[in-house]
Design a protein around this ligand. Sequence first.
Ligand code: TPP
Length: 544
Amino acid sequence: MPALAHVLLAALRDHGAREIFGIPGDFVLPLFKVIEESRILPAVTLSHEPAVGFAADAAARYHGGLGVAVVTYGAGAFNLVNSVAGAYAERSPVVVIAGAPGARERVSGFLLHHQARTVDTQLAVFKEITCDQAVLSDPATAPAQIARVLRSAKEMSLPVYLEFPRDMVDVEAEPVVPLPPRRADQDALGECVEEILGRIARAERPVIVVDVEIRRYGVEDRIAALARKLGLPLVTTFMGRGLLDQADDVVAGTYLGAAGNPAITALVEDADLVLMLGVILSDTNFALSNRAPDPRRMILAASREVQIGHHVYRDMPLGDLIDALDDRATPRAAPADRVRQRSAYPRGLVADSNPIAPSDIATAINDMFDRHGRMPMTADIGDCLFTAMEIDNTALAAPGYYAGMGFGVPAGIGVAATGLRPLILVGDGAFQMTGWELGNCRRYGLDPIVVLFNNCSWEMLRVFQPESRFNDLDDWHYADIAKSIGGVGERVTTRAELVAALERAVERRGQFSLVEVMLPRGKTSDTLARFVAGFKSARERMAG
Ligand code: TPP
């Protein structure tokens, strides 16, 4: 029989994991040895566990399989909590594998290093932010536990937790037999689909709104086909920006309520039926709506449930629902006036000696995409994410709902580890949190392009509270740091320099490129300016 560590690694691979991110410690050293020597999955080590979680999360978002984060007991695992909380909020299936003391150590009578309150505090903390957990302390039951937990991660598209005591690594165990996916009840599915198609047939101005679950469950192509067949306009949410990047004919734009393109806002707010597929009903997605959500004109399929008006169908996997809708739908002509409402993204930046405004960065990137093809992106939270709304609809991983800073750079490294070359958008505040992780690119031959929005400011906070001086940050000259950690940095202050630096970055392969864009304090992208104005007036409306 194989060793339990091999059993686990093979099961991860068989359930869709493609790589491992981690940081070792004594409680996982034996497991890391097996990871390295077995070569079942490639491993990338980073510098700080929050980055491990972000990288694993982003890799899962991009390849649609499982993300894997391997960390040591306590000090390592607790460092991962925020990233895993974000993955939970944004429905990303990250498998946390945390080392733990062996059976004898647990009863030694000593407090163990890295232990917080009790030896099981780590498990208790992760129970709150994962959808399934197992402690692999018994080789007889471990394979079945692994099968159950990994199926949960895939079916719920949420993080899970596996605790691996260090004395279990070499213990023999049976291989894991994957469990079959749980399908929808066919009668319930039939009824649900008839009801949805009936509602669409009666609607005069129906629209589809999509969000991240459609990528998590691998149904983007099928939804694009369904939208074409039903002739329905389709928009993404803010969180869902970058979805259906291969279907420009289908995506009208991104719904940003009062902050967005008025034609797209009208498409959603004047609709008499909104078919929400895989949508998170979060404030960042909908708080800027000019109209309160009305269940009577909404169908919501998310988290394996379908809510129609005031009733709910449970245990409805999104894939089963989309297949059944496609089977039974009859083609419908698209109303000509509604399909034409498409977002156009700015192009043609004048490469002059004027200072750079945030929205200029979007224009420069669109021009660059026109010359070299679109790149997949990651973005941090900050004005860079709002600027991303002015860039073509290219694949994007960003914390649009959880809004945790520090995601952008390590997420980009996670995407790069999947074999893609990402464009990373990040603010200087967020870069201060996790930017150092770029120093790990050289070891793995990764060459992401980083566009750093350096406004020497926590600008997103300043827009809400301009009087506070604590929002002023120092100028750290980030481009100068790049060389010493294995990359090439360029600092740009004019539009001509920006265009030229981006061009050089695209051409440069084999090391990371950091384009540090100097921006004036107090100047945001056009989208963030509208977003803040909308947010403030929504807050006033609620207060009044
Ligand atoms: N800490 C975390 C982990 N996440 C957060 N969202 C915050 C604090 C609060 N916060 C939101 S935006 C922001 C802060 C501190 C400032 C971001 O600054 P920067 O990355 O420079 O981007 P900018 O706002 O200047 O565009």
